[in-house]
Design a binder for this molecule. Structure first.
Ligand SMILES: [Zn+2]
Length: 319
């Protein structure tokens, strides 16, 4: 069995057992089927967009994650891949509701309710939920800074939920939100073009200062001597462990030697193509009508005859 297979199975077993322990094994099966098919929706969409897909993994306490080989080149594709998870999830919930209507077994109604809720919650514009990808793709198509703003709001919101609930899952979500935000700030071409050139300019001035120091007669251990000493150390032994102070010099060395390269990269980085006005309208309508359909299904199926018994059978308690 390959390593990937073992990790996949390990995570699936951990997800299943945590759900079965918190609720019941029946509920665990419903949730896992919903998560699995939801992720398959993302993968199907990613394939349709011509991306290489790498399957999906279950994540205990968090749901699942689907892997696509490389980033999409258009915001429309990003939106399409993100919304297809909840769309497939909605279809699964509809099928479960259909089984209830045929068999009158309230277990299926209860499962459909929870399935619809999971997917509706997923449309919330909060990282790493699908809603954040969708709202970011739509808003960034109107103005790139709006896309960044929605990421910041999502991160702050997750942080606030954590502060009020002290639930570790939200601490983890906030951490993920922060890493994504940081990734956007340091890799989005429109942000880089605004921020990096000034940083590089500052570094080039430092380089200029260092060069000036080179022409001065050295008195004791000057800044420049220290810099040359450290860079030589680093060049001769890149594997060496450096102290925090030394690390600062090494970073300076790297920044200065790579700044021209970085400037080049920034000016050439391709930006994801924005959606057209028509696509913005379609994507917004899709998201709103999907949320409405999920909410309507929940409302329609809530409290059917035998609801309390089904709740007890699936959750292991009446809450
Ligand atoms: Zn999803």
């Amino acid at each position: 069995m390959s390593r990937k297979c073992i990790i996949w199975l390990g995570l699936a077993v951990a997800s299943f057992s945590s759900l079965a322990l918190m609720f019941t094994w029946k509920f665990a099966i419903f949730v896992m089927v919903m998560i699995g098919l939801h992720e398959c929706g993302h993968l199907w969409a990613a394939k349709r967009c011509g991306l290489k897909t790498g399957g999906f993994y279950f994540l205990p306490f968090l749901g699942g994650i689907a892997f696509a080989g490389h980033a999409t080149s258009s915001k429309w594709d990003t939106n399409f891949i993100a919304i297809m998870g909840p769309v497939w999830g909605f279809l699964v919930a509809i099928i479960w509701a259909g089984i209830y209507w045929v068999t009158s077994d309230p277990i299926w109604a209860y499962a459909a309710f929870w399935g619809a809720f999971m997917n509706l919650f997923n449309l919330f514009p909060m990282h790493p939920l699908d809603g954040s990808q969708i709202s970011k793709a739509i808003l960034a198509s109107i103005n790139p800074w709006l896309g960044l703003a929605v990421e910041i709001i999502g991160f702050v919101f997750t942080g606030l939920i954590f502060i009020f609930t002290l639930h570790p899952v939200f601490a983890f979500l906030a951490f993920l939100g922060w890493t994504t935000l940081r990734h956007s700030i340091t890799t989005e071409p429109f942000v880089l073009k605004k921020i990096v050139p000034s940083r590089i300019k500052r570094q080039l001035i430092q380089l200029d200062l260092l060069e000036k120091k080179m022409s001065e007669p050295p008195i004791g251990e000057t800044l420049f001597d220290k810099y040359v000493f450290m860079t030589n150390q680093f060049a001769s032994n890149p594997e060496k462990e450096f102290s925090a102070d030394e690390q600062g010099w090494v970073t300076l060395y790297f920044d200065i030697t790579h700044s021209e390269e970085l400037l080049e990269k920034v000016s050439q980085a391709p930006e994801k193509s924005a959606m057209t006005l028509g696509q913005i309208v379609v994507a917004t309508c899709w998201c709103i009508s999907l949320a409405a359909a999920l909410g309507f299904l929940m409302f329609y199926i809530y409290g059917v005859p035998g609801w309390d018994g089904a709740m007890k059978e699936l959750l292991g308690r009446v809450s």
